[in-house]
Design a protein around this ligand. Structure first.
Ligand code: SF4
Length: 66
């Protein structure tokens, strides 16, 4: 399960550009629009988590399946 914590600054929006199917701008932080349903969406979220400057994007499962 993907989540975004309160460290999100809600300003850079880099993650929303990288994973527009799953993330959206909220009022105080980025919100999860929907959980990933394909490897491509999961990969986009992995990239978003990687580039997030405050490491606010988390996943309960590994982003990449072995
Ligand atoms: S990249 Fe990180 S800090 Fe920037 S909007 Fe997304 S979750 Fe927030």
């Amino acid at each position: 399960m993907i989540s975004v914590d309160s460290k999100c600054l809600n300003l850079c929006q880099v993650c929303v550009k990288l994973a527009p199917a799953n993330l959206q701008k909220g009022t105080t932080s980025v919100e999860v629009k929907k959980q990933p349903e394909s490897p491509e969406e999961l990969q986009a979220l992995a990239k978003a988590a990687q580039v997030c400057p405050v490491e606010a994007i988390h996943s309960t499962e590994p982003f990449h399946t072995p």
